[in-house]
Design a protein around this ligand. Structure first.
Ligand code: MG
Length: 162
């Protein structure tokens, strides 16, 4: 039954390396000194967001839908994962009501791109940008994130009836 809202949580970590292309929430960061290492484009925000919506809908996770062992997924734009996840969510009679995103990373700085990230997430997940929030945090020099070796995205979503 879909009349009650459903909450979903997604978390994704990617290693960071110098000189790699950086795309977060589907938005390119052309000046970034580092980028995520990944089988696809490494967009940790979109991976976490997909897992959040799939989880809330009681469906599989992203790794099951798009295994990283499958060569077809190599270098794939994560926006395609979002479209596939949302198709399944719609088939369940659900839509995304709100989305809240936290990105923990030393680089790149998110502040200049937060508006663009919200707009792109709204477009990919079919809700208005005022129901999407993106917050950037640093790792305070603690652990792998604080040392700039990795980034982590955490996404919470609320789903309701279509
Ligand atoms: Mg990932």
């Amino acid at each position: 039954m879909n009349e009650h809202p459903r909450i979903g949580l997604g978390i994704d970590v990617h290693r960071l390396e110098a000189g790699r292309t950086c795309t977060l929430a589907g938005v390119p960061f052309p000046g970034s000194p580092v980028g995520p290492v990944g089988h696809s484009d490494g967009d940790a925000v979109l991976h976490a967001a997909c897992d959040a919506v799939l989880g809330a809908a009681g469906l599989d996770d992203l790794g099951t839908l798009f295994p990283d062992k499958d060569p077809a997924n190599r270098g794939r734009a994560s926006a395609e994962f979002c479209a596939a996840a949302m198709l399944r969510v719609h088939q369940e009679g659900l839509r995304v009501l709100s989305m809240d995103v936290v990105v923990e990373t030393e680089a790149p700085k998110l502040q200049p791109m937060r508006r663009a990230m919200r707009d792109r997430l709204a477009q990919l997940f079919g809700l208005s940008a005022d129901r999407v929030n993106v917050k950037g945090k640093t790792g305070e020099k603690v652990d792998a994130i604080g040392r700039g070796e990795a980034m982590r995205a955490t996404v919470v979503v609320l789903l309701g009836p279509l």
